[in-house]
Ligand binder design. Structure first.
Ligand code: URA
Length: 241
């Protein structure tokens, strides 16, 4: 019976209006449930079976939504903020109002950010015990020397109680451009920047490419997003198993 919810909640969840606005809409007889006008806001809807129609337009209920955002630099990983633009403001075509970013990327970091309202999945993806891999493309102001590479890969002191956990480092180029791929399974505050700094270089550009089995869609330009496919949702769930 857990799929049964009140009609006003159904409509408010799907952003038809606020709870009081949808009560007015219902009271005016604009809602039909399975073909019959319903004026009672507390009427129980089976979200899996019942057809809810507002002024001839069918409203489909979504318990969860999942979006992949290519976060641009300059926006913060938050839901609302008085002064700064947030990642949630970039998700313009959403049904649910309870979406949030899964974890944080720094304001100047770009790349893969999952936006959902699935709190349980988010909790599992971010849980330190799950060791979900995150891969970052990193550019630095200078090349990392051999001992820096060793320490990045085997554990480096970033001022926490313990060294970082082993990470995978791939050197893409050194010289004019110092570029690396770093895969870590932790998510400490500013972790990648602090790791490179401890290894002797400053990060000048940072972009997340993947989280668990979810990879950033290369077709998404910074600031663009799309819903996850069913396969991607499943792969994310598998990332925490
Ligand atoms: N590590 C950082 O330093 N910054 C990020 O945004 C993500 C990981």
């Amino acid at each position: 019976m857990k799929d049964n919810i009140r009609l006003d909640k159904f409509l408010a969840d799907m952003s038809v209006g606020t709870r009081s606005q949808v009560k007015t809409i219902i009271g005016k007889g604009r809602i039909k449930v399975n073909g019959t006008v319903v004026k009672d806001s507390s009427f129980k809807i089976d979200t899996a079976k019942d057809s809810v129609v507002l002024d001839e337009k069918k409203i489909y209920y979504k318990s969860y939504e999942y979006y992949m955002l290519n976060k641009p630099a300059g926006v913060i990983s938050a839901t609302i903020d008085e002064a700064q633009k947030t990642v949630l403001e970039l998700i313009t075509e959403k049904s649910r109002k309870d979406l949030f970013p899964v974890g944080r990327l720094d304001k100047d970091t770009e790349g893969l950010l999952l936006i959902t309202n699935n709190g349980e999945l988010s909790h599992r993806l971010l849980s330190p015990g799950m060791h979900v891999d995150k891969t970052y493309y990193v550019e630095t102001d200078k090349a990392i020397d051999k001992s820096g590479v060793y320490n990045l890969e085997n554990g480096i002191d970033i001022g926490e109680d313990k060294l970082t956990m082993p990470a995978r480092l791939k050197i893409l180029s050194t010289g004019n451009k110092n570029a690396y791929l770093l895969t870590i399974c932790e998510g400490k505050f500013h972790q990648v920047k602090r790791m490179f700094q401890a290894a002797g270089a400053n990060v000048i550009y940072l972009k997340r490419l993947s989280m668990g089995k979810l990879k950033l869609d290369e077709k998404l330009k910074p600031g663009e997003y799309r819903p996850l496919t069913e396969e991607e949702i499943k792969s994310l769930t598998d990332s925490c198993n």
